[in-house]
Every structure is written in C-alpha cells, then in structure tokens.
Design a protein around this ligand. Structure first.
Ligand SMILES: [Zn+2]
Ligand SMILES: [Zn+2]
Length: 300
C-alpha cells in the first residue's frame, strides 16, 4: 500500500486556504516528502504527519513554490535534536542555497544532510519493498517527476496444495520465495503447484510541473495513481503553454494515454477559488479524476 497525503495543492501563490506544493508519500517502512513549498511544516502539524520519520526529501525543481519551506524544515529538524541522516534529492543548485542560508542564520545542524543532485533519469532509492526513480518532465527549468513502485509481494501459499503434499511448515517461507519442494521420496513438486501469483506492487507517480509532455507516459504507464498538475482550465491553454504548465485537459489526456488507474489534478492557479469546474473538465476526458484536496490521504 502507498498512501499519498496532499499538504499543498496550489501553484505559486497561496490562496483560498490552499498552499504551494508539498505531499507526503507513505509506504510500508518509510515516510517521504515530495516538494516542500512554503507552509509545509504547518500543514504537517495540521494533518499530524510525524516529521521525524522523514529521511528522504524529493524536490522536483527550484521554483520557489516547491522548496521555499525547506530551510525552515531543516532548521526545525535541528531544533528537535534530530541526529539521523537526511537525504535531499533535487536538480543542481539547491545545496549551495541551503549551505548559504544555514550559516547566515547561525544555524548549526546536529545531523548530516546528503544532497543528491538529479542530472538524469534513473533509480534514486531502493529497498526490499520499494523503488523510487525520477523522470524528466518539460518545464521552464530543469524539473523531475518521481515514480514510487512497490515490489511484488511474495508468492501466496496455496493452502490446499500445501496440505495435499504434506509440505512442512518450516518450508513455507522458501515456497513464498519461489523454491520447488522435494518430498522425502525425492519427488519434485514445482512451486507453481504449491503457490499462487502474488499481488502486484502498487505504483504512484508524481508528475511535478510540466507542460503537456507525452514522453512521461512510458514512465508512468499503468500506474495505479498519478498526480499531474492542472494549473489552468482549457480556456487558458495559451497562458499554460507560455508558462510551461498544463491544463485540466492536458492532464487528463496524459492519464488516458498512460492507461493509469486514477488521476489526481493539482497545482491550481490562484484564479480558481472553486475547484469543481476543473475536476469536471478533466473528467470529460478521463473519468476517474479528482481534484487533489489538502489534508486528504489517497490510498494507492
Ligand atoms: Zn510550481
Ligand atoms: Zn515550476
């Protein structure tokens, strides 16, 4: 299971009670922060996110609405006596900004930050249950989306078959790992006879700030959920193109082309107080679409 909690769903200007971009992605063993716009810390408090659990922060690009909350968060980690390492991933340029701000504000952190510079698409993080990779989107400055992929679970035991062939309990774990069973008489019982296919891992893609850009489809193909920006409605298409942003219709076309399960739209322009028209417009192209709402946790 992957759980995505939206902390900020607006574009550059905070407006109508909405905040610049930030979201929490929780998996079996980890809490990840994706982008960190102004107000992220307050939103974490509001929605009871345990910030000390965050060890990896992914910043899509260096427009301020995606990282202006970061220096405050790094400082608070220090004030809370954090000692364990923090990993921050971003395109080039973030590290010198942070390393200038910290001493300028006489802040000495009691923990270590590892800055990872994104230069190309590829794997960023991996453990037994999950992998996270980045992919290029098309924005005014260098910008990356992030793909969270759960690994397939272990094979499931076929209870009847296991009983039928008298497989001992001690061997169950090896069956789940895909091993064949050999009876005391030396007969090989193939694993497929004794187990069932595992549940596929879930897949979530955060598509960052981008103009309509079909090359991302190959990365997010078949995702259970994607978050795609829809800064404007269709009637502002020209403005969207000029600013390297997408419209509701653009986001919906990407969702449809990539054959995803569900589309969340966000990064709304402050010109829209009511989000229902944006949601409705996107649904004309891709029905399983929702306007992302701050504080809502979307289970993937
Ligand atoms: Zn933005
Ligand atoms: Zn941007």
């Amino acid at each position: 299971m992957i759980a995505v909690t939206i902390l900020g769903n607006n574009s550059a200007l905070p407006a109508h009670g909405r905040h610049p971009t930030a979201q929490i992605v929780q998996t079996r063993n980890h809490t990840f922060l994706v982008d960190c716009g102004e107000g992220t810390q307050l939103q974490m408090s509001e929605y009871r996110i345990k910030r000390s659990r965050i060890d990896h922060i992914f910043i899509s690009h260096l427009h301020g609405d995606h990282y202006f909350g970061l220096i405050g968060l790094l400082t608070s980690f220090g004030l809370n006596n954090r000692e364990h390492d923090l990993h921050v991933y971003s395109p080039e340029g973030l590290e010198p900004i942070m390393l200038m701000q910290l001493p300028a504000s006489h802040t000495l952190l009691p923990y270590r930050i590892y800055f990872h510079t994104l230069k190309e698409e590829g794997l960023l993080f991996e453990d037994d249950h999950l992998s996270i990779s980045c992919f290029k989107v098309n924005h005014k400055i260098e910008c990356y989306g992030f793909l969270f992929e759960e690994k397939a679970h272990h094979r499931k035991l076929n209870a009847e078959a296991v009983k039928h062939f008298n497989v001992p309990y001690e061997f169950y774990e090896r069956l789940q790992e895909g091993k064949d069973f050999v009876t005391p008489e030396g007969k090989v019982i193939p694993n497929v006879t004794l187990t069932l296919d595992p549940k596929p891992g879930r897949k979530y893609a955060y598509c960052a700030d981008t103009i309509y850009y079909e090359p991302i489809c190959k990365h997010i193909e078949g995702a259970d959920l994607i978050y795609h920006e829809a800064t404007y409605m269709k009637d502002e298409e020209e403005r969207a193109r000029a600013r390297y942003h997408s419209t509701t219709i653009d986001a919906a076309h990407i969702a449809r082309k990539a054959n995803v399960g569900k589309l969340l739209i966000g990064h709304f322009s402050s010109r829209y107080e009511n989000l229902a028209p944006l949601e409705n417009e996107a649904r004309q192209v891709f029905a399983n679409c929702e306007a992302a709402i701050e504080g809502t946790c979307y289970i993937v």
